[in-house]
Design a protein around this ligand. Sequence first.
Ligand code: FAD
Length: 469
Amino acid sequence: MFRSIAFVIFLLASFVHAKVVVNDITQLNPIEVTSVFQPTSVEQIQEFIKNNKGKISIGGGRYSMGGQTALEGTLHIDMRRMNKVVRLDVKKKQVTVEAGIRWRQLQEIIDPHELSIKIMQTYSNFTVGGSLSVNVHGRYVGQGPIIRSVDSIKLVMADGHIEEASPSQNSELFYGAIGGYGGLGVIVEATLQLVDNGKVERTARSISLKKYSDYFFKSIRNNSNAVFHNGDLYPPDFKDVMAVTWVKSKKALTDQARLIPANDSYSFQPFAIKMISSSKTGKKLRQSVIDPISYKKTVVVWRNHEASYDVAELEPKSRSETTYVLQEYFVPVGKLVEFVDSVRPLLKTSIFNVVNVSIRHALPDTGSLLAWAPKEVFSLVIYYRQKTDKKTRKAIAKITQDLISAALEVGGSYYLPYQIHATSEQFHQAYPKAKEFFALKQKWDPLNRLTNSLWDRYYKPEPIAPTTE
Ligand SMILES: Cc1cc2nc3c(=O)[nH]c(=O)nc-3n(C[C@H](O)[C@H](O)[C@H](O)COP(=O)(O)OP(=O)(O)OC[C@H]3O[C@@H](n4cnc5c(N)ncnc54)[C@H](O)[C@@H]3O)c2cc1C
């Protein structure tokens, strides 16, 4: 009796909101969940899982773009109030954080110690738990997926008990949960490696796509002074690249700010993106006039400053009729030109209004079960604008499937946090160890409690063979 009263009080105190819509930044995937629970401690998550019977979905920053954070009728755990640093070891350059912390919050804490996050995305709004569950990557030279910078994780499992996992302890769970889209357990803590902060200077070079790979391998890949690198492949022709590298520097800063000021106002950038994306002329103007002028400017900033972008700089006034969306493809390094040549007609389709393609590089990830880079790859991040009506969405689904087929054709893969258009066959071809992941899910979550739109679409547990005496 007292236990149930206490639990009701605990639920009220922990902000349970009834019937709420969970959506993502594209606004394309509104999903009505039964309730939203915002825990502030590991124990609260354990209690919540033990005391409720329903299916559970997990959300971090909610920047994935295909309903990966929710499923109709689930109990949703919103991790964003689990945002504390548990332990910071400055000497060891290592930090343990609660999984709902955003990169930006962590940067504010480690920056005064001259430390930086080793691997993260370009923007700093994402949570650590969401980033680990997707196994994200950034523009870091000589790196790749974030798993390369993780020492260990702590999870609350589908029955409420706790497991710890690292490459040497419970390694099966470590390599399944990182990149596992919340299917195996709730990541509640992570211990991450940090690196030194330092000054970086931007350098830029315009080069043809055909010559880009040679240039990258000769000048960037093994350059220990290079910190960030990406190549912008210019629409509307997709033949030329602006290769941008940030190198370690001793020069005077051109911007004194340690981090990009939080809550900066960004009215000009969304306007510029809209102008550039509105016509072929806008895109050509960017390539031939705007970028050449802006890249001439010397820029020297702190590494943490360059890693602290806010997605607000991309946010349009409204997403009701058109919205901006991402897709990403991974191709073996020797196949970059072949892949772009094969998809150029798709990239030029008018309803798929490509604003930018960012080329990045990743070293192999031989551990994760759902690795997107089992070999060394170039990745192509496509940022595009689309209408939100049904007809366009259907047409984009078909284009996406064709792009996935082209990536698979050259031995590549595609990224899972975006719209869920891949067929089941494409998913399994791109992620050949998915069945091993499913077997692990069956072991740790036999009732399939932890779910979302991604796992609802692809997770098919193998039927359990009857036991014979
Ligand atoms: C503008 C923009 C730029 C981007 N740039 C990059 C980039 O440079 N590199 C890159 O790799 N990706 C990039 N992405 C994709 C982004 O990294 C992923 O969508 C990432 O998951 C976002 O983190 P999040 O906290 O919003 O996660 P969410 O979207 O909230 O969650 C992602 C997945 O993780 C699960 N999850 C969340 N928290 C937990 C937890 N604590 N335990 C278990 N499971 C959990 C969710 O259920 C879901 O399946 C970009 C996205 C946007 C919108």
